[in-house]
Each structure stands twice: as C-alpha cells, then as structure tokens.
Design a protein around this ligand. Structure first.
Ligand SMILES: [Zn+2]
Length: 322
C-alpha cells in the first residue's frame, strides 16, 4: 500500500479530495458491486518522462482510500499500452514493453487486466517496422505474451458482474480498423449465452463500439444515399460492425455498459439501454498536453448490483514535461 511519503514523492499529497459521485443513473437501493479503474491509452515510451507519469497515475489510483474513497478492485488498461509498435522495429518494441513491465512491477500493487490497442500490435505496417509477418511475436502475439494470456480477448466474473475484454483491432491494408472477426463473434455469442440473465455485463474494447465523437469532428464529405451532404466516419475511429453489436445487445439486455478508449476524449452515450463510455487517456495528447481539453487522467467506474454504472474522469495531476 502507499504511504503518505510515497504520495509526496509522486507529487500527489495535498491534492484536493475528489468530488463525490453523482448517482444520476442508479436507483435508491443500488449498491456498488465492483469498482474498476479504467486506464486507457497509456502510450508509455522512454521520452517525455512518461514512465514517471504512469507511476504517478498508478499512485493516484491506489491513493483513493487515503482520500476517503472506496478502493479500486481491479485496474483495466484499455489498450495502446505502449507508444507504438505497429510501425516500430524489434528493439524499440522491446524497450517499450520492458518499460511497461518495470513501471507496473514497481508502482502498481493492484491486479491489472489489459486490452490490446492498435499501437500494441507489432509490425503490421511492415514497411516501417521492418517485419516480414512470420516473426514469432508478430501482430498481437507480443502483447498477449506481455499480458500473460494466449488470446487477445477473454472474459471473467468479478463482483457479481461478467467482464468481457474484446480485441477490437483488425488489419486493413497496412493499418487497422475497429471490428471483431468471425472467430471472436462465435466466442462472444457463446460467452454471453452462458451468462445468467440476471448477471450484468460490462464490455471493454479499445476502439469504441459506438461514439459520437468522430461525427462531432467530421466535415461533410460527399453525398449520402438520399443525395444530401453526408458526414463520413472513419472505420479506424469506431467499430465498423456496431450494428451487429446492437442486434446482439438487444438479445442480451443484461449487457449494460461498454467502455473504450482510443479517442482520448471523455464521452457517455445512452443508447438502446447500453451506456457507452469513452474514458479519456492517461497520456492525454501522447504526453504533450491536454487532448482537445481532456486532461491526463483515468476513469473510476462503479458498477452497481442493479446493473447501473457511474463513471468519473479523474485527472491525476500530471503536466507535460518539455
Ligand atoms: Zn488506439
């Protein structure tokens, strides 16, 4: 556990007590079953003192009890753990994963579960990474090895909730788009069918299954099917298969919330009985400052026994180093 001394070291002592949680969505008898700290888009790298920043973030998460708050049960990292290895060579990739491992070992005493992000996939941009595609750790294998599991997706039960970690990054030309493939669809359908109807489900993906943000920032480009000006949303920003998810969720009304990252903004959408939460970025704008007003931060996500969810974005006090 953290001491006041370690907090002082991390520059966090004396920070104001966090505001109390609003309980807008939950009923009067709802009780918190599970508290997740959602740390997404960490992008750890040797530059910009990001390792110190990540350690400060871990310290902040673990200091919540000292601030009079309930402890976090589980940390979920939401993908883009390291700065980038899609375009990086072997040595640079190794350096970044070693840094992640060291900071986690040194600064984090809580259980961590991890989602794979596009920047965690090694070598898909072969011309820049110098990969052939037949390397032992090519693609998602390196991240899976780091996260200690065979597949880039998994599910488990915790605190009365069923937690699904999806792999939402699939190849497109020499880059990626947001979706899941047929094998993962089969697995997800079977997985949700096996969950009792009374058990609420939280799904975590790197790329948002649904987001209004790409639309909010899009310019009209071309015409829609009715001939009117249309907005285009890149399949690299949100899941291209989101309608299939909506059909699946309609069959499983116990799917209550979907958490994501990737866009480095904070957003909450209530749609079709599901709360879609995009939860900012530990790295803000890749450690260089706020990203469109979103500070270096993480989300405290409280999952209640009645299936409601509360989420609060918590800046952890980091500022960009030059
Ligand atoms: Zn991403």
């Amino acid at each position: 556990m953290l001491t006041r001394r370690s907090l002082v070291k991390a520059g966090l002592a004396g920070a104001a007590t966090l505001p109390s949680l609003a309980r807008a969505e939950s009923g009067p008898s709802a009780r918190r079953s599970l508290r997740i700290a959602h740390l997404t888009d960490i992008h750890v790298q040797p530059e910009l003192e990001s390792a110190k920043g990540l350690a400060a973030c871990f310290a902040h998460v673990q200091s919540l009890p000292e601030r009079g708050e309930a402890a976090v049960d589980l940390i979920v990292t939401g993908g883009d753990t390291i700065m980038d290895c899609m375009e990086a060579g072997r040595d640079r990739t190794q350096t970044q994963w070693d840094l992640w491992k060291k900071v986690k070992a040194d600064a984090c005493g809580l259980e961590v579960k991890s989602v794979v992000g596009n920047h965690d996939v090694w070598g898909w941009t072969k011309s820049k990474a110098g990969t052939m595609g037949d390397e032992h750790l090519y693609g998602k294998k390196w991240a899976c090895e780091q996260f200690g599991r065979a597949l880039p997706y998994e599910s488990f039960n915790r605190g009365g909730w069923h937690v699904v970690l999806l792999d939402s990054v699939f190849p497109h030309e020499d880059g990626y788009i947001g979706k899941i493939d047929d094998a993962q669809w089969d697995w997800l359908q079977r997985d949700l069918e096996a969950v009792p109807a009374a058990t609420p489900v939280v799904i975590v993906s790197h790329i948002p299954i649904l987001s209004v943000n790409p639309l909010a920032t899009a310019k009209p480009g071309g015409a829609g099917t009715d001939g009117k000006p249309a907005f285009s949303v890149s399949g690299g920003m949100v899941h291209v298969d989101h309608q299939r998810f909506q059909e699946l969720f309609a069959k499983h009304p116990n799917v209550k919330t979907c958490l994501s990252g990737h866009l480095h903004i904070v957003e909450r959408i209530e749609f079709g009985g599901v709360s879609y939460l995009c939860n900012g970025a530990v790295s803000a704008s890749w450690w260089k400052g706020k990203h469109r007003g979103t500070d270096f931060g993480y989300a405290v996500v409280d999952l209640h026994d009645d299936g409601t969810v509360e989420s609060r974005y918590v800046p952890y006090g980091w500022t960009a180093r030059t």
